[in-house]
Design a protein around this ligand. Structure first.
Ligand SMILES: O=C(O)CCC(=O)C(=O)O
Ligand SMILES: [Fe+2]
Length: 327
């Protein structure tokens, strides 16, 4: 990890979720209101006090550096042919944002939910693949543990979002209990020579597909969001803060009350340009069979239903994966 760029300003509110987890009624309501304000305004919020184990995050970054520095052949052996990039390894230069003309400057790994033996979720969720443990010791255990910790944090955040939307606090429990959520550790290699001169960036402008994303950033600069004012605003990754943003599925479910804000990762200036950047987003997906049907509380005379046709979460995902070159 390097120090964050000094010109990075923390514009996105950073809220302490312990107010919600352990506070009294007034603390909880205040947290819900602040979270709602930030998500409505920015589509983003910073979360402090999440109590993710710092040592676990440090171990995760260590195994990721180990994995991504393997020879390409070893990594490609863990690419799942025909798997729409949903498990295992996706090589540099494959994913291309929907309206981009060149692919992103990144490679990544995907961990999905472990499907219990004999369950029928297997139809929509493929089994995970893993490198042999002697290739990258601790890779599987560490990333599985991080998946579980982020899955837990996502339930706490979704509980607050549900209350903000006037829904019962447990509304999302049965929406995401076997959700097709994905942990995506990303490696953006050091940029050399003329790289990027053709317009390629680490991650071109996009909206996330899922309900919400939790980003355990490495502290390296580059992430920016497109504010309503039309300005690109750096999202600071402050040590210990998990960045949460709204994805397209939640935007659609809430009839655009909570916006899925376009964001990107730009190629930074030196000294970061010639260094790699790592980041670990966790994309929280609903259960595959969930029907994304506009919440009635988000429809009014001033805000007519923009999505009268419900869409199945799995169908929505597949359509979007095709658009970014993974389907
Ligand atoms: O690397 C980052 O900071 C963000 C990555 C991202 O936006 C994504 O993978 O959807
Ligand atoms: Fe994203």
């Amino acid at each position: 990890m390097t120090e964050a760029s000094p010109d990075i300003v923390a514009k996105i509110p950073q809220l302490d979720i312990r107010r919600f987890d352990r506070g009294d009624d007034a603390d909880r309501s205040a947290f819900v209101a602040d979270l709602g304000d930030s998500l409505r305004t920015w589509g983003f919020v910073g979360i402090r006090g999440h109590e993710l184990d710092e040592a676990l995050i440090a171990r995760a970054y260590a195994v990721l550096e180990g994995f991504f520095s393997l020879p390409t052949d070893d990594k490609m052996a863990l690419h799942v042919e025909g798997g729409a990039g949903q498990r295992g390894y996706t090589a540099f230069g494959v994913e291309q944002a929907k309206d981009a003309s060149v692919p992103d400057l990144k490679e990544f790994w995907h961990v999905g939910r472990d499907v219990p033996e004999g369950s029928d979720w297997g139809d929509s969720m493929a089994p995970n693949v893993w490198p042999d443990d002697d290739l990258v010791p601790g890779f599987r255990d560490t990333l599985s543990e991080l998946y579980a910790a982020l899955d837990d944090l996502s339930r706490r955040v979704l509980r607050a979002i549900a209350l903000h939307l006037g829904l019962p606090g447990d509304y999302f429990e049965t929406v995401v209990d076997h959700g097709n959520s994905i942990l995506r550790p990303i490696h953006y290699p050091a940029l050399g020579g003329e790289q990027g001169a053709d317009g390629a960036v680490r991650a071109a402008a996009h909206g996330d597909i899922n309900l919400i994303t939790l980003l355990v950033g490495s502290g390296e600069p580059g992430l920016q969001l497109l504010a309503r004012s039309g300005e690109w605003i750096p999202v600071s990754t402050i040590e210990g803060v998990v960045v949460c943003n709204v994805g397209d599925m939640l935007e659609r479910l809430t009839n655009d009350v909570l916006p899925s804000t376009i964001h990107r990762v730009v190629n930074p200036p030196e000294p970061w340009r010639s260094k790699p950047r790592y980041s670990v987003p966790f994309f929280v997906h609903p259960n595959s069979e969930f029907s994304i049907e506009t919440l009635s509380g988000c429809v009014s005379d001033e805000r007519p239903n923009a999505y009268p046709e419900p869409i199945n979460a799995d169908a929505f995902l597949r359509q979007r994966l095709r658009e970014i070159g993974l389907g």
